[in-house]
Design a protein around this ligand. Structure first.
Ligand code: ADP
Length: 161
């Protein structure tokens, strides 16, 4: 069974990686799909976000999860790849409304593709790409929360501008 893990990944965090690792155990094949135009203006370009996911996977020794970028409707991307499921992570109840809406809309668009939720690990329940960017922007230590390559990329990004 194939599944797709879509998101902004701006940038990928250990919370994303934790969901990914667990989803990989459940599905035979998992693909990460980085959305080109996320809802919020991204800090990293789509190509940078994709590269950081790929490097992070290498850092943790995962070699069998391809990373793609997509634009347009997620469900179209899912159909093209022939997946049976879309993987999403759930943190606090604040994720719920949006995820609920998306899951129902996607089911309406294609009833054969299920959205499957993985509950966050306790230690990552407060972790988001946004909070990581905010802390790093002001010089805080985020090494516990992101792979090394992401930490370095954030340092470079904030040095630039
Ligand atoms: P999007 O803009 O599509 O929500 P994100 O990169 O913010 O993209 O998140 C992708 C998915 O990963 C979402 O389902 C989100 O809830 C989940 N996720 C993000 N951070 C965590 C975390 N710390 N624990 C569990 N799931 C997470």
């Amino acid at each position: 069974m194939k599944a797709l893990y879509p998101g902004s990944f701006d940038p990928i965090t250990n919370g994303h990686l934790d969901v990914l690792k667990r989803a990989r155990k459940v599905f035979d094949q998992l693909t990460v799909a980085v959305v080109e135009n996320p809802r919020k203006a991204p800090l990293f370009s789509a190509a940078e976000r994709r590269r950081l996911v790929e490097e992070s996977l290498r850092e943790v020794g995962i070699e069998d999860v391809p990373v793609i970028t997509y634009s347009g409707l997620l469900i179209d991307c899912a159909k093209r790849l022939g997946v049976v499921a879309i993987v999403r992570g759930l943190r606090a109840t604040s994720d719920f409304d949006y995820e609920f809406q998306m899951a129902l809309m996607n089911r309406d668009l294609d009833a054969d593709i299920e959205t499957v939720f993985f509950m966050t690990a306790g230690e990552y329940s407060f972790l988001s790409s946004s909070i990581v960017k905010e802390v790093k922007r002001y010089g805080g230590d985020v090494s516990k929360f992101v792979p090394r390559c992401v930490e370095r990329a954030l340092e470079e990004k904030f040095k630039e501008g």
